[in-house]
Design a protein around this ligand. Structure first.
Ligand SMILES: [Zn+2]
Length: 587
């Protein structure tokens, strides 16, 4: 305990921008490598600054406009490519050699000003049979922007995130079904009529061909837990089985799944108006020892028609040592929030989990970058799962939902991610599979959802098109999230209602390495043993088996099913109307 407190304090000092010595692995061993590494840091910053400008958030950064940044980027990137070529190939330290390899690899991913999740493509091109895999993928992402940002519902427009939230909160069965079917144009754009050469089915064939050459996200995630994809598949099935056992036998319609599990969303929604999202989020992180306001993070949380169709977090600038002082990382969060509510707040706290992950990195420039996708997504949920704990709700909302309802709300979202993970894993393995049939098989068997093989209702996640295979980082990531939450609670104590040592302690033990450590080693060292699904299985088993009433029988719910009875969502449609952005045009 003493050591633990000491280390926590040391990391806090780092975080408070105190001057620290230049050694300790934050600088290159060779002067030549150091110069190239700082050039790399400049190029890397210019790359993410261009993405910041192209996101539509602002037109200048540090007084320079887009043209100036692009010129700087091109010039410096060319210099960097030259300098990397000229570095000696022998006689360097192990650390320098590894840093050079990391810079070469990461440089390939620099987009140089291509806006994230806003492709320069048109959705209608997805129907063309003559376009290649990368262009088809971009066209499908464009569909999420063009159609997903503007779903027609009750004479107005809502975006995809709001529609998913409304599926939790809308008590009227007819309206809920209408929200679900607002997705039809999106499903159609992504998967046509689910014919064998539908846009998605052509795209996944391309993704699988690419993966056969270079590996997939699923292969990467399996490697990150030191397992093979077959073992990952077994774990995913185990998690789904645990949910199946805890959710009764009654079959429910897909438009009722989120609602049935979303009682906590409805009980608490009224206490989480749109304008409270950010203050609540900031207060929680302040209690965890991370002052988001002082970190200078750029927040872009309101919807715009041309904006990325999903919430994401990215670097603006990368932290580095400057004259012996740590200059902190600046992060940016983009999200299209029209509404408040528990589901949305969970997502905002998740995004800020990414923020504290990257701001805690203390390493040489080559490694001030994202850890693996699996680790990043898993860690972001470490703080965000707390909002489903009654003790968190009591402190930050002043009201709480019963534990069983809160847990069901959380794990229903988690198992959907696990279902998508299994879906993608099996699509990659057999890309000629009928996706509707596969999704129906998974969701009817494990989630007790009424089969609707005529609907491509799986096609609501941008990741399915943007980075096929990515969903495993959430589904398998949940296993790591539960492991980390359990280990932190055992080593440091409960943190659901805050613990000011949390951020410093995690910086020291988990986050400071950035992209230097592979996730397998990082998790093994953190836990002191290999990752296993046990912690998540235990969490899901906290859910007591319930008997669900069958769908469409709301008026006859008995007292025994009272956990699923809900008063009409108190600010349901009126809130939707008042938060509808003007920019989406006439209602
Ligand atoms: Zn994330």
């Amino acid at each position: 305990m003493k050591n633990l407190l000491f280390l926590s304090l040391a990391c806090s000092l780092l975080l408070s921008r105190q001057s620290i010595s230049a050694d300790g692995g934050l600088m290159a061993d060779s002067k030549k490598v150091s110069a190239v590494e700082y050039l790399y840091a400049d190029v890397s910053d210019a790359n993410t600054i261009l993405a910041t400008i192209d996101s539509g958030l602002r037109s200048t950064y540090q007084g320079k406009d887009r043209a100036a940044w692009e010129q700087f980027y091109r010039k410096k990137r060319a210099e960097l490519a030259n300098e990397l070529e000229r570095l000696p190939t022998s006689g360097l330290s192990g650390g320098d050699t590894k840093a050079i390899a990391a810079m070469r690899k990461q440089m390939k991913a620099f987009a140089g000003g291509e806006a994230l999740f806003i492709p320069a493509a048109n959705c209608q091109d997805a129907a063309r049979k003559d376009i290649a895999y990368p262009a088809l993928k971009s066209a499908l992402v464009a569909c999420f922007v063009e159609i997903g940002n503007s779903l027609s519902f009750e004479g107005g427009k809502i975006n995809r995130v709001s529609a998913l939230d409304l599926l939790h909160e809308t008590s009227d069965a007819g309206r809920r079904k209408a929200v679900f079917f607002a997705f039809v144009p999106l499903w159609h754009a992504i998967d046509g009529n689910n014919e064998p050469d539908s846009p998605y089915r052509r795209m996944i064939a391309g993704a699988a061909a690419e993966a056969a050459k270079n590996g997939s996200e699923i292969d990467n995630a399996a490697r990150d837990v030191g397992k093979d994809p077959a073992e990952v598949e077994r774990w995913l099935v185990q998690i789904l089985d645990a949910w199946r056992e805890s959710s009764g036998d009654a079959m429910i319609e897909p438009w009722d799944f989120r609602f049935r599990a979303g009682e906590a969303d409805r009980l608490l929604g009224t206490y989480i108006p749109r304008e409270s999202l950010q203050p609540t989020n900031q207060r929680y992180y302040r209690d965890l020892g991370a002052n988001l306001e002082q970190m200078g993070t750029l927040y872009d949380l309101s919807p715009r028609p041309e904006k990325a169709a999903l919430a994401y977090t990215e670097f603006v600038t990368h932290g580095r040592m400057v004259n012996g002082v740590w200059r902190p990382t600046v992060a940016r969060v983009s999200a299209p929030y029209e509404r408040g509510g528990l589901f949305i707040l969970n997502e905002l706290v998740h995004e800020n989990g990414h923020v504290v992950n990257i701001t805690a990195i203390r390493n040489r420039p080559a490694f001030v970058d994202w850890p693996s996708n699996l680790f990043a997504e898993a860690f972001a949920d470490v703080p965000s799962w707390s909002i489903y704990e009654p003790v968190w709700q009591r402190r930050y909302l002043g009201h709480e939902a019963p534990e069983q309802l809160s847990l069901r709300a959380l794990y229903s979202v988690v198992v959907l991610d696990v279902a998508w993970s299994l879906f993608e894993l099996r699509m990659f393995r057999a890309p000629l599979t009928d996706p509707n049939a596969l999704w129906t098989e998974i969701t009817s068997r494990y989630l007790h959802i009424v089969p609707h093989p005529e609907l491509s209702w799986w096609a609501v996640r941008v990741q399915l098109a943007d980075l096929p295979g990515y969903m495993v980082n959430y589904g398998l990531g949940a296993i790591l999230t539960a492991e980390m939450r359990q280990h932190i609670s055992e080593a440091l104590g409960a943190f659901d209602a805050g613990d000011s040592r949390w951020y410093g302690w995690l910086c020291e033990y988990l986050l400071r390495y950035g992209s230097e450590r592979d996730t397998h080693t990082l998790m093994q060292n953190f836990l002191g043993r290999p990752v296993s699904p046990q912690a998540l299985l235990e969490q899901i088993h906290r859910l007591k088996p319930v008997t669900l009433p069958a769908t469409g029988d709301h008026s006859t719910d008995s007292a025994g099913h009272s956990i699923f009875l809900s008063p009409e969502y108190p600010i349901g449609f009126s809130q939707l109307s008042s938060h509808r952005p003007q920019s989406f045009g006439p209602v």
